[in-house]
Write a protein that binds this ligand. Structure first.
Ligand code: 5AD
Ligand code: SF4
Length: 448
């Protein structure tokens, strides 16, 4: 979501005539688009803002802006005023569509301009955007979140749920497909509550079924769903679909019922496991992934064992695992003050959880060795330029040998899986690409 916002800000800057700079040192403008979901992301941002002080001292004419979720927090503004007076402009998540006008104001002012809206206005359509290089395109469909999980800052920084109408979403996806994007992910903090606020009400299954009809789209993804709103209708739509990828990400967060209750997740361990069973029944080849928090205030060893139990039962393909961090304004932050899990215990639990999950991830990947898969080639591997990094429909990374004479980026290629590691698979090309070269990649190939 945060990266998608950056693309929209970059699109506005494009229209103003800005061009991407090669490095911080060459930039006339730096916009730091912050994330506040966990403490670690915030620490990164604070560190980076601090580092930029020297740059600003050397080139006082440049403009420094801080945007995004952190700007919605009162604590950040106070910190910036005290420790980072070099910042020219601070704005939040609700008014980033006004970036050009805010930059004008910052240019005219001698003081830090702070423009943070407490709540969102109407959904703004037809914003320009400069999509990041890559083969996947992300499309917002619902903003905000009404769930108020007690550890989570998102409802405070992103506001109430607001869905986009279906028609502009379909138009956007059609335009992306015409440009050559074949792998589309629709986005929302709580993506499967899409449409309940529209007139007439719609849902995610309705939208995905419509998007499936767009020629040129081959893979349709959605993130991030909430287990409570994951309807049987959606499961059936995925099972019946040729394009909605068979990857189901269902954040469980914790396995113990008392902890789930205090997290305000609105489901029990049993209801969650029942949902997983229904997914497995209808979509047996689905890969399953999750998000898990360890060290929520008051989490006991017995509570944590329940989380491990869920992991053992579901056998996720992979999991994002986090240590709980207290977030401003959330109820759990107050409990953290009274009943924190000691840091060492948090770390120890995270390590035990990761060790279990890594073992299961490896075993799941080993099951794929010898199988044929269709992959989308995403680019040259960062670690080895003789290897293509590709992705399967269910989000597994596959590394295959690369012939530098042929540009396969953005093409669908059949591969045979030859090896399994915890985080990726290795494979060999098993035939010609099944899709034509993408119109976005009509570039001269280097002579070899
Ligand atoms: N502490 C740790 N992890 C968190 N997440 C959200 N809020 C917190 C927090 N306060 C995790 C959840 C969520 C993911 C995006 O980040 O697991 O699903
Ligand atoms: Fe945060 Fe997700 Fe809960 Fe919404 S559903 S409050 S975004 S964790």
């Amino acid at each position: 979501m945060n990266e998608r916002d950056s693309e929209i800000m970059a699109g506005q800057l494009d229209q103003m005539g800005y061009q991407p700079a090669a490095s911080d040192r060459d930039a006339d403008l730096i916009v730091i688009n912050t994330c506040a979901v966990r403490g670690s992301a915030e620490e990164h941002a604070f560190g980076y803002i601090g580092q930029l002080r020297q740059l600003k001292d050397e080139r006082p004419g440049m403009t420094l802006a801080v945007a995004g979720c952190m700007a919605q927090e009162a604590g950040t503004i106070a910190w910036l005023k005290k420790h980072a007076p070099q910042v020219d402009l601070v704005f939040g998540t609700h008014n980033m569509h006004q970036l050009p006008e805010m930059l004008d104001r910052a240019a005219e002012s001698d003081e830090m301009v702070v423009d943070v809206w407490q709540s969102a206005g109407e959904v703004v359509e037809h914003l320009p955007s400069r999509r990041k290089d890559g083969v996947r395109a992300f499309v917002n469909i619902i903003y905000g979140c009404d769930k108020f999980c007690t550890y989570c800052i998102v409802p405070f920084t992103r506001g109430r749920e607001r869905s986009r109408e279906m028609e502009p979403i379909i138009e956007e996806v059609r335009a992306l497909a015409d440009e050559g994007y074949q792998d589309i992910t629709v986005l929302g903090q709580n993506v499967n509550s899409y449409g309940h606020d529209l007139e007439p009400a719609r849902d995610l299954a309705d939208l995905l079924v419509e998007l499936e009809k767009v020629d040129g789209v081959r893979w349709l993804r959605y993130t991030t769903p909430h287990p409570r709103d994951f309807s049987q209708k959606l499961i059936d739509a995925i099972a019946d679909s040729q394009k909605i990828t068979r990857h189901v990400h269902l954040p469980v967060q914790a396995g113990s019922n008392p902890i789930l209750k205090r997290m305000n997740r609105k489901y029990t361990k049993e209801a969650y496991l029942d949902l997983i069973e229904r997914v497995k029944l209808k979509i047996p080849d689905a890969s399953l992934t999750t998000d898990i928090i360890v060290g929520f205030p008051g989490e006991t060893e017995a509570d944590f064992e329940e989380t491990l139990d869920v992991v053992r039962r579901v056998r996720y393909d992979s999991a994002f695992t986090f240590i709980y961090s207290a977030r401003e304004r959330t109820p759990a932050a107050r409990w953290e003050g009274r009943d924190p899990v000691p840091n060492q215990v948090k770390k120890d639990r995270l390590n035990r959880l990761m060790a279990l999950q890594y073992q299961i991830s490896l075993e799941a990947n080993e099951q794929l060795v010898g199988k044929q898969e269709l992959v989308l080639v995403e680019g040259v591997s960062k670690k080895n330029d003789r290897v293509w990094a590709c992705r399967t429909h269910n989000n597994k990374v596959v590394l295959i040998d690369r012939d530098p004479a042929e540009d396969l980026i953005d093409r669908f290629v059949p591969v045979r899986i030859t090896g399994a590691k915890t985080f990726y698979l290795t494979g060999q090309q098993a035939g010609r690409p099944v899709s034509p070269p993408s119109p976005r990649r009509r570039v001269e190939l280097p002579m070899v």
